[in-house]
Design a protein around this ligand. Structure first.
Ligand code: FAD
Length: 482
């Protein structure tokens, strides 16, 4: 690697190669659920930061990043060793950079100008390093408001959207109570994303900062069941729904009733709880040890099932997807600075998995009520006269996949339409999400009730949940101070 230059000359990208933080070897990491990253030095990260060109129009900041992180500015500060300033700047746009620095798919890197013909700056690694240095050096402390407004806000759901809205509203001086039906706060950050991508002490550390600042978190409290909507209306000046989009897509085919078929999120939730020390009865346990696993759905949730199954000792893991295999490189369909539609291989895929595309599942078969195999077939996608894609099964392409366990990872349709939704009587959009006056966040059809995150925009990303959580906080603040 080239030696550190005395001054950034904005041509360092020509001298210094992109080198992302490396991962532990597959052999080593399959024995545990610990973070994948290996150690790196400050100098490595400073050199990588110096590759930033400080573009006149930074697409990473203004186009790629949903929270509009001030990327070129903190890259420059990092290069100059001004870590504390970089940490302050990073927190001015993002409440949880330690989370996005680990799990964000980094649309900023896709829209980095170096990505036109060269290789983008390792923005996500730099973000993670800044925030970790911030915690290590005690620069990230609780920041409670100097005065209270006397207004009370209830937030329902403690995923990244609810947490971001809570931290912002509390810092504005409002008294915030966060209601969460699960035993611990964090939403999918805690009960979906596996520890090897996001260890849970990372969440606990930030949640402690928030409770030190005055946010009240009531876990094991299912709003609509343990507490009524009427009670919330009576006790709070504003209500924010941040319930997530948790109605998982299912398949309705012969054999669906057999045992051994689980929703991916139920499997991942249990696995994360086991990593957290909770034990389960044999009858309730979902464990891939010694099993042939089939994951239906080629996305990130499916990939998390692959990595978790491999850690539990599955004998084989196959992941199938009904859509065609994406192109190896960015195609004309998604030109720079857009997020490229291309084949993405996650760390979980590197851990051992057969991936197949253009596959439909026709029937699940088994004996004594237990699954044994899946009857699948190849499909092709053909454009019709209207320009839309039609799916056609390829004649004679049927084949079998042996499976002792099947995980359904086909996405989420909308928030659960439970008692809370019925009691509130809010309008839904055509997709079944909570209808808001802005895309992804805003006021609902019910007075003083707002909504944010996946329950308002549909299943998305952590970084969008944070961005929209911050935006809804501004909107609620304006409403409360009117
Ligand atoms: C397995 C998996 C892996 C993922 N990996 C990534 C990734 O690597 N990178 C990325 O950017 N995104 C990832 N995502 C997506 C990301 O986690 C979500 O987009 C994000 O968590 C949505 O945040 P949210 O706050 O809107 O909802 P959620 O995180 O779903 O949180 C909603 C919370 O509301 C609570 N709740 C719901 N109803 C009630 C009620 N009535 N009373 C009390 N509490 C209630 C729920 O228990 C939950 O805790 C992943 C998702 C999954 C499922």
């Amino acid at each position: 690697m080239a030696k550190k230059k005395e001054k950034p000359n904005y041509r360092n990208f020509k001298l210094i190669k992109r080198i992302p933080i490396q991962y532990r070897t597959v052999e080593e990491r399959l024995h545990d659920y610990k973070d994948l990253h290996v150690n790196y030095t400050d100098e490595d990260i400073q050199l990588q930061a110096s590759r930033c060109q400080d573009c006149g129009i930074p697409f990473c900041h203004g186009y790629g990043c949903p929270v509009s992180n001030l990327i070129p500015d903190w890259n420059d500060l990092v290069y100059k060793g001004k870590w504390e300033e970089a940490c302050r700047l990073l927190h001015s746009t993002n409440n949880f950079p330690e989370v996005t620095g680990r799990v964000c798919p980094a649309p900023c890197e896709e829209s980095c100008t170096l990505n036109v013909g060269l290789e983008s700056v390792t923005i996500r690694d730099i973000e993670m390093t800044i925030v970790e240095k911030g915690f290590t050096n005690g620069w990230i402390i609780s920041n409670p408001p100097l005065e209270r407004t006397g207004k009370k806000v209830a937030i329902i759901g403690s995923g990244p959207a609810g947490l971001a809205a809570a931290q912002q509203l509390n810092r504005m001086g409002h008294s915030v109570t966060l209601f969460e039906k699960a035993p611990k706060a964090g939403g999918f950050l805690r009960y979906g994303i596996p520890d090897y991508k996001l260890e849970k002490w990372v969440l606990d550390r930030r949640i402690k900062q928030m409770t030190d600042e005055g946010v009240v978190i009531k876990t094991n409290t299912y709003v609509g069941k343990d507490i009524t909507v009427d009670a919330l209306h009576k006790d709070f000046d504003a209500i924010v729904l941040a319930c997530g989009a948790r109605e998982a897509r299912d398949i309705q085919i012969t054999g669906r009733e057999l045992s051994g078929i689980y929703q991916a999120v139920d499997y991942l939730t249990q696995s994360n709880e086991r990593v957290d020390g909770i034990s389960f009865d044999k009858s309730a346990l979902i464990d891939a040890k010694g099993k042939s696993v089939l994951v239906i759905g080629g996305g990130d949730t499916g990939a998390d099932c692959v990595g978790t199954s491999r850690r539990q000792g599955a004998t084989s893991v196959t992941q199938i997807e009904i859509l065609p295999k994406p192109p190896e490189k960015r195609s004309e369909e998604t030109p720079w600075p857009q997020y490229a539609k291309k084949l993405r291989t996650s760390t979980s895929h590197d851990e051992g998995c057969e991936r197949k595309w253009c596959i439909t599942t026709k029937k699940i078969e088994g004996t004594n009520g237990k699954i044994e195999k899946v009857l699948a077939a190849e499909v092709e996608w053909v454009k019709n006269e209207k320009g839309n894609w039609d799916m056609k099964e390829v004649a004679g392409s049927e084949f079998e996949i042996k499976a002792d366990l099947i995980f359904l990872a086909m996405g989420f349709v909308h928030p659960v339409h439970d008692q809370l939704v019925k009691e509130l009587g809010i309008d839904l959009d055509p997709r079944g999400n909570f209808k808001t006056n802005n895309f992804g966040y805003g006021a609902t059809s019910v007075n003083k009730v707002f909504s944010v995150g996946d329950c308002a925009r549909g299943a998305s990303l952590v970084v969008w949940a944070i961005a929209n959580g911050r935006a809804v906080a501004d909107m609620v603040n304006e409403y409360l101070l009117k």
